[in-house]
Design a protein around this ligand. Structure first.
Ligand code: ZN
Length: 371
């Protein structure tokens, strides 16, 4: 005996008339008591959680007390009960109740907003002073490569979450640029995805395992300088362990000069964001057009690999923890180097500085092979 659906009249009314519910499909699953959440709704929820929330929540999304999965499930469950898919619903009905802070900022950066309101604390002023340098330096590096600098490779990296039908997985996106005189803007690009299995955390072991894999490729040899850029993700990038990894990379690839640069807080990597949304869009399209559920990381990679310039492979996770000397006040600095034949990691106040501000002596250097 088939059960259809068992929703109350008032809920049905809510679904059909609610703000964000133009997307709700009228098809119901057999044996399921409530309307199925549609692919469009899922995409929209993910977009809100991934792209809007991290900026507008007023603090890094990673600092929330609830896990991403929990927030997502809660959001999804409520949408299934008939609540609208909308930003304000998420903010006022879910985040507020879960104590995730939200600031009503029109600009996406809470520090810039505090500056606009007249705050002149050290933190806010430092943020303002660093912004123009980092933005400009990144643009200049990219343009210089476009104009014919064949010696430099520019790399940006960031994590994104992919939403499979079976839950979230992590994708470390590494975007590589180098000069190509045949392309319009003078740049060749390669978007690499390192896709983790379900339940694998986006921590520094993830980053380390994937870099170890990436460095096996020979194309780095074409450059004498590699510039890595990332946001200051406090869980995986702007931490002592990741800089120890960076030092290990420098030691392993010692014919290349490596620099690690950070974007200012809340002003992350647009390229990686765009690459992430291309991948998500492709997965959605394919899933919809082919009526095919994407349940495994392998399936996700298959879809991403259909995109030009994108290449997805399974993430390798380092088995050894990168325990680390703590590099004190690390977050104050925005450029790092780790010269070969030295044990030191040098920190610079911004990416234009040629004189270091501080350095730390690393007592136990990591060997990439051991990771
Ligand atoms: Zn800002």
């Amino acid at each position: 005996m088939m059960k259809y659906y068992n929703i109350s009249k008032s809920n049905y009314h809510l679904i059909m008339s609610g703000d964000g519910n133009v997307l709700v499909s009228q098809t119901y699953a057999i044996d399921v008591k409530c309307p199925r959440i549609t692919e469009d709704q899922k995409t929209e929820i993910t977009r809100i959680l991934d792209d809007i929330l991290p900026f507008q929540s007023g603090q890094s999304y990673q600092y929330q007390e609830q896990t991403d999965d929990y927030i997502y499930q809660k959001y999804k469950d409520n949408v299934q009960k008939g609540w609208p898919v909308s930003k304000s619903y998420l903010i006022y009905k879910i985040l507020a109740r879960e104590n995730v802070h939200h600031s009503k900022t029109p600009s996406f950066c809470p520090l810039c907003e505090r500056y606009d309101k007249g705050e002149r604390t050290e933190k806010v002023l430092h943020h303002q002073s660093i912004l123009p340098y980092q933005r400009k330096r990144y643009m200049e590096d990219k343009q210089r490569i476009g104009k014919g600098d064949i010696e430099t490779i520019l790399i940006t990296q960031d994590f994104t979450q992919l939403d499979l039908d079976s839950g979230f997985i992590q994708d470390l996106i590494i975007c590589c640029y180098w000069h190509n005189s045949n392309s319009k803007d003078g740049l060749a690009r390669d978007y690499r995805h390192f896709v983790g299995q379900k339940g694998v955390k986006n921590d520094v072991s993830f980053v380390a395992g994937c870099w170890k894999e990436l460095l096996k490729e020979t194309w780095f040899d074409r450059a004498s300088t590699v510039l890595i850029w990332s946001d200051g993700g406090p869980k995986h990038f702007k931490i002592s362990a990741n800089l120890k990894l960076f030092q290990a990379i420098q030691m392993e690839m010692d014919s290349i000069h490596w620099e690690y640069h950070f974007f200012p807080a809340y002003h992350g990597c647009n390229v990686c964001d765009a690459v992430a949304s291309q991948a998500k869009k492709k997965m959605n399209e394919e899933s919809r057009n082919l009526h095919e559920a994407i349940k495994t990381p392998e399936k996700a990679m298959e879809k991403i690999n259909k995109l030009a310039n994108h290449q997805a492979i399974p993430a390798q996770i380092s088995k050894i923890a990168l325990t680390s000397d703590t590099l004190s006040q690390l977050t104050r600095y925005f450029k790092f180097t780790a010269p070969i034949n030295e044990d030191n990691i040098y920190a610079f106040e911004n990416s234009y500085c040629t004189d270091f501000a501080v350095f730390w002596e690393i007592s136990e250097r990591v060997n990439l092979e051991d990771l």
